[in-house]
Ligand binder design. Structure first.
Ligand SMILES: *[C@@H]1O[C@H](CO)[C@@H](O)[C@H](O)[C@H]1NC(C)=O
Ligand SMILES: *[C@@H]1O[C@H](CO)[C@@H](O)[C@H](O)[C@H]1NC(C)=O
Ligand SMILES: *[C@@H]1O[C@H](CO)[C@@H](O)[C@H](O)[C@H]1NC(C)=O
Length: 439
């Protein structure tokens, strides 16, 4: 029940995954194993979209991390105290996502699409033929014999954000959304979605008719959140609400990780922490982060800054789309200050990172441990430090969340998830976390 994918890059995107069906002699081809998604790094040579960038990977990460605050602001809007279900993503929210792109097929016969996988989104959407402003690869509904449209009265339509059904009285399920600072107009449609060898019939997704702005993922997005229209919700019978992924090192060209869908083939004896749910934002994967240790020191962070709180919407989520882990500012400052105490300074800033030091002293850097209810995750050094492109500096690879009114959310991001398997069981409400070399 797996999907074989690879990890590659897109122009402004962090990660990409695609299912490999490459020819026999393609060094980028994945093993003939359909139990998992193999993952290669963003600027890997296996990218089907773009030639490898000449900039160093650390520059890339810094450029991408610079966009995290906008994503954090966006994620924060989702946890505002008032009900946010009716509030569409605001136009102009310029958040960037670290991206997994799954190679899927849409329609019958299947049309190959590389769709970004985003654990904090529910809906799927792709550019469709005839779209204004879309990149060249588009899904062609006319070429599929299993395609169908959905109307405002279809049950799949009502959970969609940004619906224009009421305003226009249109019978088609039309909606407008913003994403990464761009916006698009789409209609909800249905067609077969093929993931590896699994076919999901009548999968509901948005068919994009017009794009304004340049940051819509080129071949669409597949939401892996928990909400009603996500892949999990639409495939409940197929994957039983369970998936896991393991991301390889950022530094690797060819290293591959895996994304596994369904309960089969998942780690059996993985330690778990409760998966929590905020009814105001049902898509997000909340966990109860109870503390952070730096070396042997448990950092004195007021628990209300980390722990899940249904009323305030505060807490900690695990997100595939943010690059660098962010803590709310007072929590970050406390963690950083303890880290600085244990490392030889002086400290300087580099991009998003405010705690950089001469790499020679890296050996003094303490390990960072995230304490969750029921399990501790000690980050490998590769996940807590990032090196400058010149190689002379090492930086603490975390940052403060942007300090805005809704700044109540801590985000465990991609960089801290390298070589860690994260298992989401949305039926038994558990998140499994375990170190795993998936390079
Ligand atoms: C799809 O087919 C219909 C009917 O043949 C045609 O009118 C329409 O222009 C086609 N759309 C595209 C985007 O090719
Ligand atoms: C949705 O977007 C389209 C195209 O950009 C625009 O013409 C339309 O007015 C928008 N509809 C709503 C309800 O915002
Ligand atoms: C989170 O952890 C704290 C400390 O162990 C505990 O008091 C609290 O009940 C937990 N919250 C949830 C929602 O599990």
């Amino acid at each position: 029940m797996g999907v074989t994918v690879k990890f590659f890059t897109t122009l402004s995107l962090l990660y990409a995954i695609y299912i490999s069906s490459s020819a026999a002699f393609d060094p980028c081809a994945s093993k003939p194993d359909h139990s998992g998604l193999t993952v290669i790094p963003i600027y890997g040579k296996c990218s089907p979209f773009n030639p490898p960038k000449t900039e160093s990977w650390v520059t890339t990460i810094m450029n991408m991390a610079a966009k995290d605050p906008d994503r954090l602001k966006y994620l924060s809007t989702l946890v505002a105290r008032k009900s946010v279900i009716s509030v569409p993503i605001a136009s102009g929210q310029n958040f960037n996502i670290g991206n997994y792109v799954v190679r899927v097929k849409l329609g019958s016969p299947g049309q190959l699409m590389f769709m970004v996988l985003d654990t904090s989104s529910d809906e799927a959407w792709v550019p469709c033929t005839g779209c204004t402003g879309c990149p060249p690869t588009m899904f062609s509904p006319n070429a599929s014999n299993s395609y169908g449209s959905l109307g405002c009265s279809d049950p799949q339509c009502s959970p969609v954000r940004g619906l224009s059904c009421v305003q226009t009285g249109s019978s088609l399920c039309s909606f407008n959304q913003s994403y990464a600072g761009s916006s698009f107009a789409a209609t909800l449609v249905r067609d077969s979605l093929t993931l590896a060898n699994n076919v999901v019939p009548n999968y509901a997704f948005g068919c994009i008719n017009a794009i304004a702005g340049g940051s819509i993922p080129a071949q669409g997005l597949l939401g892996l959140g928990r909400g009603p229209l996500s892949l999990l919700s639409q495939t409940g019978y197929l994957y039983s609400g369970v998936f896991s992924y393991c991301l390889p090192s950022f530094k690797s060209y060819y290293f591959s990780g895996s994304l596994k869908l369904g309960p089969v083939g998942q780690p059996k004896s993985i330690r778990t922490t409760p998966l929590l749910q905020n009814p105001h934002r049902p898509s997000l994967y909340y966990v109860n982060l109870t503390g952070v240790s730096v070396g042997r020191v448990k950092v004195p962070v007021p628990s209300e800054l980390l722990e899940f709180n249904l009323y305030t919407g505060s807490g900690t989520i695990i997100d595939s789309g943010t690059v660098i882990t962010r803590f709310v500012e007072p929590a970050y400052n406390a963690i950083r200050d303890e880290f600085r105490k244990q490392v030889t300074g002086p400290f300087s800033s580099l991009g998003s990172f405010d705690t950089c030091f001469v790499k020679t002293y890296e050996a003094t850097a303490p390990a960072i441990t995230l304490h969750f209810t029921g399990l501790d995750l000690t980050l490998p050094m590769e996940n807590s430090l990032i090196h400058s492109s010149s190689g002379s500096l090492a930086c603490l690879a975390m940052a403060a969340a942007p300090n805005n009114v809704n700044s109540v959310l801590n985000v465990i991001a991609n960089y801290q998830q390298q070589n860690v398997r994260i298992l989401f069981d949305t039926v038994n409400n558990k998140v499994g976390i375990a170190r795993e070399l998936c390079n």
